[in-house]
Design a protein around this ligand. Structure first.
Ligand code: C2E
Ligand code: CA
Ligand code: CA
Length: 329
């Protein structure tokens, strides 16, 4: 049908090219249980997905697509009320200081625990929040949860640890970003020295000068900045040389590749990057430390910190305090 229409019409159009697209959605006879919401039918969902594919495939709407869409709908309609109802929980994963053998830092990771619903993990909602802009609010809220927690610890005579917080890229282009952070640290009377801001490398590609200027502004205010997931995606040594960051976090794929092939070339690359980061004055963290073997390896390469399941999964802040914090009392 397509080629017949195109041939006939192209002649009529004096040789101008014509492209045609079409799609078909199969519908069950019985009333569908696949109703995502009063406004979104499974047909619209299937159609939207089929349009993304756009290469003459038959797209079958199935149970798993239905579940994904239902979750997406839940997330988008509840994200704001979840903030007001304090459903976003602060989990902490320890960072092991490889020189001292002590836990003296942690990474803050969000968990969404809706009432009467199973736990929702960041991989399920962070990409969506980055798309719709809500991540800016959530990330500042997480900074606030961190400061509130540190304040409670200090007041209870517990030695605080430095906590790293993930920050979405849209925050870095907000004019009042540094001021917003300072308003939070002041509210809880927490020194910015206790906060490390983790940013993704992708940010650096867009405008290194602008990024460096924000980093300088953050450093002047007392915050430190870490580059997360280095080695995943399109990491570049060029960027590394130009960025004025305090810490480099190596993606966990790095370590898992090296462990698979102990004395291979990847191990040389890892050792060289760790040495290079040191030379540039950055602290180094290896993510995804799952075994003693991984720890021994990164320690022998003079990496400063290890983070991973070998030490602990991310745990609720209260549990972190019980297991890893030292009371001065
Ligand atoms: P990430 O920043 O790279 O965080 C580390 C992730 O690796 C965490 O997953 C953690 O649970 C997991 N992990 C830690 N140790 C190990 C290990 O030894 N082996 C393996 N296989 N995995 C390990 P999680 O908590 O599910 O977070 C996923 C991602 O979601 C984070 O990756 C981060 O990019 C994002 N994220 C989490 N919380 C926030 C947040 O508050 N704000 C923003 N913007 N992003 C967040
Ligand atoms: Ca991170
Ligand atoms: Ca990471």
């Amino acid at each position: 049908m397509f080629s017949k229409i195109i041939t006939t019409v192209t002649v009529a159009l004096d040789g101008h090219p014509l492209s045609l697209y079409s799609g078909a959605v199969f519908m069950a006879d019985s009333p569908s249980p696949y109703r995502v919401s009063p406004n979104i039918s499974y047909m619209m969902v299937a159609l939207a997905h089929a349009k993304q594919v756009n290469n003459h495939q038959v797209y079958i709407f199935d149970e798993s697509l239905y579940r994904d869409e239902q979750l997406r709908y839940y997330i988008e309609t509840h994200m704001q009320s979840a903030l007001n109802q304090e459903e976003y929980q602060l989990y902490l994963q320890p960072k092991m200081n490889l020189q001292t053998g002590h836990i003296d830092g942690a990474e803050a990771l969000v968990r969404w625990q809706p009432t009467g619903h199973g736990m929702i993990y960041p991989d399920q909602f962070i990409p969506l929040f980055e798309e719709n802009g809500f991540c800016v609010q959530l990330d500042l809220y997480m900074v606030e949860r961190v400061c509130k927690t540190l304040r409670a610890w200090i007041d209870a005579g517990i030695s605080p640890v430095v906590i790293s917080v993930n920050q979405t890229k849209s925050l870095f282009v907000k004019e009042d970003y540094v001021e917003s952070l300072l308003a939070i640290t002041r509210k809880y009377n927490i020194s910015p020295r206790y906060i490390i801001l983790e940013i993704l490398e992708g940010l650096a590609f867009e405008n290194i000068e602008a990024l460096n200027s924000t980093i300088k502004h953050l450093n002047d205010a007392g915050f430190r900045v870490s580059m997360d997931d280095f080695g995943s995606g399109y990491s570049s040594l060029n960027t590394l040389g130009k960025l004025k960051i305090d810490e480099l976090k190596l993606d966990r794929m790095f370590l898992s590749d090296v462990i698979k092939e102990r004395n291979g070339a990847q191990s040389e690359v890892l050792a060289s990057i760790l040495a290079l980061a040191k030379k540039l004055g950055m602290r180094t963290v290896a993510e995804g430390v799952e075994t003693k073997e991984s720890e021994d390896m990164i320690r022998s390469m003079h990496c400063d910190y290890g983070q991973g399941y070998y030490y602990s999964k991310p745990v609720p802040a209260e549990e972190f305090r019980k297991h890893f914090c030292i009371s001065q009392a």
